[in-house]
Ligand binder design. Structure first.
Ligand SMILES: [Zn+2]
Length: 391
């Protein structure tokens, strides 16, 4: 019998750790799992522990020489070895964004193993929905680390699914940063539709993701981008998503939806300029769930992604996501259990919010929101002019 949803999680996810001063801190995963547990949304039967991805699986996307380089950092001494660090530079390693750390290969492989476990569960028909909050490492390229991402779990899982099924796959990425690594991996593949909604690359890493990036060769028209203006709010972001995605899915007819749920577009996130609230992070999973049931027989794999407000935002955003995946979406009035607040408050310099939905008084005011909304509408219009089947 098909189970509705599985939560893929390993306590060893915390080994993916660039150090205490780096924004990509695994504390957010522990705090998220803790909130989901405290809310009573997870039974032991719902959880599955992943294995490390194998070399053959990593090879689906990554070059052997890159994997070999990642693997060479095993001990603390390795991470200080100047010869090794010099060689690693060619692979985007040892940078401010992607510093080296001991056993980073194992840590990266485990995040990939999590998304592959989700892929296998859905491909075998055992479950309809599967979530890996340690996944969503959408910037990693075939021969380099990028933007906190060592191995590209999403691209590897989609490639694995392409090799083990005949499915067409739609990838929907609502991280504040462009999903460049996944787009690049399937840029010429008409069987994988990638859609990325993000803050415009004019102001934010990685700088790509304009509406003109549409794919190449047979894949032309199957890479779609919705670059949003800085300070875009929930309403304009959702309007942009709704203006394109349902129509694209209706034409593309995916057999599976893979979604990336980076929550770094939140107004409290320190790294981006978008102004989403947790309302957006409740609405997106609700929409993707509905689209999965409408267009892809309920098949849905979700992954985490960015999110650098470790305790005030990420745990709430991804608890809202998991609650939707088990079809128990939280009420607008849902509150954070006091036991969770007591456990985590001392780790947060700011007071932790007490409700899942952000309070109106916490939301920043946007004096020019009308102009921003108009500019985002122009972007959607521009994209539709370029892609005939979206008109
Ligand atoms: Zn569902």
């Amino acid at each position: 019998m098909t189970q509705l949803a599985k939560f893929v999680y390993s306590p060893s996810y915390t080994q993916y750790d660039f150090g205490p001063s780096h924004p990509f801190n695994p504390l957010r995963l522990v705090a998220t799992k803790s909130l989901i547990d405290t809310m009573g949304l997870l039974t032991p039967h719902d959880t599955i522990i992943p294995d490390l991805a194998t070399f053959d699986e990593l090879f689906l996307i990554h070059q052997p020489d890159y994997i070999d380089m990642v693997q060479r950092f095993q001990t603390y001494e390795d991470t200080l070895n100047p010869n090794l660090l010099r060689l690693a530079q060619d692979y985007g390693l040892g940078t401010e964004d992607d510093p080296v750390f001991p056993k980073m290969h194992q840590a990266g492989s485990l995040a990939v193993g999590g998304t592959l476990t989700a892929a296998r569960l859905v491909a075998s028909g055992q479950v309809l929905h599967a979530l890996n909050i340690a996944g969503g490492l959408h910037h990693a390229k075939k021969a380099s680390a990028s933007g906190f991402c060592i191995y590209n779990d999403v691209a590897i899982a989609i490639k694995w699914l392409r090799e083990h099924t005949s499915w067409k796959i739609a990838y929907i990425d609502t991280d504040a940063h462009h999903g460049d690594g996944v787009q690049q991996a399937f840029y010429d593949d008409p069987h994988v539709l990638t859609i990325s909604l993000h803050e415009t690359g004019q102001y934010l890493f990685p700088g790509t993701g304009s509406v003109e990036e549409l794919g190449e060769g047979a894949g032309y028209g199957f890479s779609l981008n919705l670059p949003l203006r800085p300070y875009s709010d929930d309403e304009s972001s959702l309007e942009s998503l709704l203006s394109v995605v349902p129509q694209a899915l209706a034409v593309f007819q995916p057999d599976l939806i893979v979604s990336q749920h980076g929550c770094d577009g939140h107004f409290w996130d320190p790294l981006t300029d978008l102004l989403a609230s947790t309302y957006f992070y409740a609405q997106v999973p609700s929409l993707v769930d509905a689209w999965a049931h409408q267009f892809s027989q309920g098949r849905w794999i979700a992954v985490g992604g960015g999110g650098y407000e470790l305790l005030r935002v990420v745990p709430r955003a991804w608890t809202l996501l998991w609650a939707q995946m088990i079809h128990q979406p939280l009420a607008n009035s849902a509150t954070i259990p006091s036991s969770w607040l007591e456990q985590w408050q001392s780790s947060s310099p700011e007071p932790l919010p007490r409700t899942f939905l952000d309070r109106l008084e916490d939301r920043p005011t946007t004096p020019s929101s009308f102009a921003i909304t108009q500019q985002n509408r122009q972007t959607v219009y521009h994209l539709k002019q370029l892609v005939s089947w979206l008109q």
